[in-house]
Write a protein that binds this ligand. Structure first.
Ligand SMILES: [Zn+2]
Ligand SMILES: [Zn+2]
Length: 122
């Protein structure tokens, strides 16, 4: 009789744990930041291809190049003074970010007059 009672009381506990786990996973899903997609200007460092691609907010660089299929494409900025298109690398995890790194400059003419590679469609 004693063994039977303990077995009976164990079953609802397992159900309770499952309910808690399901609830937890639901809460975690809700708490995750919503992804949204945006069009980014990208440049491949392997083949030099400059292209636009829809990427999500959680994208980690580099991304895959559609031309050479290598994972070497970074965000691209265009220098409005000399027309140079160059890539910006996101700081690595734990890397110190100097104010200079936060302000990208043209590697060719050191101009800070930078803009988008592709004109946004009106
Ligand atoms: Zn490429
Ligand atoms: Zn320049």
């Amino acid at each position: 009789m004693v063994a039977q009672t303990s077995a009976q009381s164990k079953a609802p506990l397992i159900i309770l744990i499952i309910i808690i786990l399901v609830a937890l996973s639901f809460i975690v899903k809700q708490a995750m930041p919503k992804k949204y997609y945006y069009t980014a200007d990208l440049k491949c460092e392997s083949c030099g291809a400059v292209f636009q691609q829809k990427i999500s907010t959680g994208t980690t660089f580099p991304v895959k190049c559609p031309k050479c299929k290598k994972k070497t494409a970074y965000r691209a900025i265009k220098c409005l003074d000399c027309g140079e298109i160059f890539t910006i690398h996101p700081p690595k995890l734990g890397e110190m970010v100097s104010p200079e790194m936060m302000m990208p400059k043209c590697p060719k003419c050191a101009s800070m007059n930078l803009g988008r590679v592709f004109e946004p469609k009106k």
